[in-house]
Write a protein that binds this ligand. Structure first.
Ligand code: ADP
Ligand code: MG
Length: 238
């Protein structure tokens, strides 16, 4: 049985059917990239998995547990957004500790976990800084740490690199993948950037017109596109 299983996932906003009858499975520790053009429904799909928007129908299981009807905070899913979404009036440490405080984790254990995760994302020395004192790349590492500190079963990353400059983007791309491998963390990474998808993924799910039109290794999608859309979309990569 796969670690993550999604069946029959559909979502409409009024008359706008964003996607319908999406299904896939993911193995534990896999790094999946959900790739597709802007507006194709990637964020909506991710938010549906996280429980942040109601879906019209689906079955969702993680580690053998049906989570379809669980509240977001009970799903043990970590999420990172393009816009960081940090609390501006909280220090780096307090931002990262937030999820642990919500779970009433004892102070000593909380301090230990926060300090370990700060080392993992290489933010040592920035504990007492506030978000406005940090670069975009550092803010995104705080957001990543905040998602990781509660030890989620799945990590969802919604275009975490898109707001960053090229050099920082490359560094963070490599760092995210290294951390994900070290933790063996099952991850869905969303991007509209073919190059990122090609460089980072175990498998790519390519989304278009409310469907996943092809899934497979970067190499297989690039060399054996299933249709003209896939060929055209991947062809921009060089
Ligand atoms: P992507 O992340 O791939 O760029 P989105 O998931 O943000 O795409 O959007 C997919 C479609 O759903 C778009 O047509 C968008 O306008 C629509 N949509 C997204 N969120 C909402 C919302 N809260 N209310 C109404 N329509 C929405
Ligand atoms: Mg989006």
């Amino acid at each position: 049985m796969s670690y993550v299983s999604v069946e029959g996932l559909s979502k409409a906003f009024g008359q706008n059917q964003v996607f319908s009858d999406i299904g896939f499975t993911i193995e534990q520790g896999e790094f999946i990239t959900l790739l597709g053009p802007s507006g194709c429904g990637k964020s909506t799909l991710l938010r549906s998995i996280a429980g942040l928007n109601p879906v019209d129908s689906s079955s969702l299981t993680v580690a053998g547990q049906e989570i379809t009807h669980l509240a977001p905070q009970k799903r043990e899913i970590g999420m990172v957004f393009q816009s960081y979404a940090l609390f501006p009036n909280m220090s780096v440490s307090d931002n990262i500790a937030f999820g642990l405080k919500m779970k009433s984790v004892p102070a000593e254990e909380m301090a230990r976990k926060v300090s370990r995760i700060i080392e993992l994302v290489e933010l040592k020395g920035k504990e007492d800084c506030y978000p406005h004192q940090l670069s975009g790349g550092q803010c995104q590492r705080v957001a990543l740490a905040r998602a990781l500190v509660v030890e989620p079963r799945i990590l969802l990353l919604d275009e975490p690199l898109s707001a960053l400059d090229a050099k920082i983007r490359k560094n963070l791309r490599i760092q995210i993948r290294a951390i994900q491998k070290e933790l063996n963390l099952t991850t869905i990474f969303v991007t509209h950037d073919q190059e990122e998808a090609m460089l980072m993924s175990d498998r790519i799910f390519l989304m278009h017109g409310g469907r996943i039109v092809q899934s497979g290794t970067p190499e297989s999608i690039y060399t054996q596109p299933a249709n003209a859309f896939v060929a055209g979309f991947m062809g921009h990569y060089n």
